[in-house]
Design a protein around this ligand. Structure first.
Ligand code: GDP
Ligand code: MG
Length: 324
């Protein structure tokens, strides 16, 4: 019997730098016509450089007209969301992330975008988790791009403990473009070196043969394999870390400048308050001084944490520049 599958591009999400931050909106990942609590959702993010076949995978898995070969999207911070309902009622949410270009060694851009999206989906105290990650790699590439390595290294630190590596797969593409034995020996090398840690944790490397059948051969065990873990489904990202990510988000120059401006104005206001103290009767002076001191402590704290974040960020960038 034909399944009542429904798929459509649900939304395009832009990072908060590109547009007004969106209010959490649970409808975004709710299939039309379904009342809350709604069907079980399994959220999968597809990651990898531009042109590795992420969008093609979604197109084959969903049968939908997904934009293929849009290299320009690597420059824009947008992710596209697609849903597919399986015949068992489970809904698979595909998160198509912007491919990074091969010179992009800062993994935080895609990570920030993903966490912003996850947050925007979490509403009414229900957190939307990332349930699986598919990393894409062209088997025609004889080297692992440095950018991919730094993305994987970053994710490796964020991965939650409980069975998470099982839900982080390396998907190899472009098998039709390579001599079979060359592909096989590259795959073997990937499992010995690059993907070894994940394999040790229970992950696997899967070939994508550019068809719907091949996509679902990869997806079904992934989605089916967590059904005993209860609902909500477990996140592949470490939960503690997911909460701390807010603070981990990269500050850009505009954000840093506006926080500094805010601190400057608060300090000016405190200075004026302090100057006015001399005009006050003796008995009142102590009270106001205490008040100013307490406020100044808070403002200094804000400045301290801003400096700490900027220093840490600078250190991270320095580290990335020197680990080529
Ligand atoms: N030969 C071949 N081409 C592919 C394969 N997968 C994707 N492509 C092509 O590679 C280009 C980039 O694919 P796309 O899915 O847009 O990659 P994305 O940037 O990772 O989303 C498109 O022209 C696809 O048609 C594959 O397995 N074999
Ligand atoms: Mg794409």
């Amino acid at each position: 019997m034909r399944s009542r599958a429904s798929t459509f591009l649900l939304s395009t999400f832009r990072g908060k730098d590109n547009e007004e931050p969106r209010r959490p909106n649970s409808k975004d990942i709710t299939t039309e016509g379904h009342e809350e609590p709604g069907p079980e959702k399994f959220v999968i993010a597809l990651l990898g450089p531009s042109g590795v076949g992420k969008s093609s995978f979604i197109a084959h898995a969903t049968g939908q007209n997904v934009k293929i070969g849009h290299l320009l999207s690597s420059c824009t911070d947008t992710i596209d969301i697609f849903e597919k309902r399986r015949s068992d009622g489970k809904v698979i949410v595909f998160v198509d992330t912007p491919g990074y270009d091969l010179a992009d060694k800062n993994p935080n851009r895609v990570l920030n975008l993903l966490t912003q999206w996850l947050k925007s989906q979490s509403a009414n105290g229900v957190r939307v988790n990332l349930n699986a990650i598919l990393f894409f790699h062209r088997i025609t590439d004889n080297r692992m791009p440095v950018a991919t390595q730094s993305h994987i290294n970053r994710f490796e630190k964020l991965v939650g403990k409980r069975g998470a590596p099982k839900r982080i797969l390396l998907i190899t593409t472009m098998w039709d473009e390579v001599e079979h034995h060359t592909g096989e020996s590259r795959e073997e090398q990937l499992s010995r070196e690059f993907w070894k840690k994940f394999l040790d944790g229970g992950s696997s490397i899967r070939r994508f043969w550019r068809s719907g059948t091949s996509a679902w051969e990869i997806l079904n065990p992934l989605v089916g394999g967590v059904s005993n873990d209860g609902f909500p489904l477990p996140s592949v990202l470490d939960n503690v870390f997911q909460e701390e990510l807010e603070d981990e988000l990269e500050l850009d120059a505009d954000q840093a400048l506006s926080t500094m401006e805010q601190i400057y104005h608060e300090q000016q206001r405190l200075l004026e308050k302090l100057q006015a103290v001399v005009q006050l009767p003796n008995g009142k002076q102590t009270d106001v001084l205490k008040e100013v001191l307490a406020e100044e402590k808070k403002v200094s704290g804000k400045l301290g944490s801003l400096l700490h974040r900027l220093k840490r960020q600078n250190h991270r960038w320095f580290h990335l520049r020197h680990t080529d």
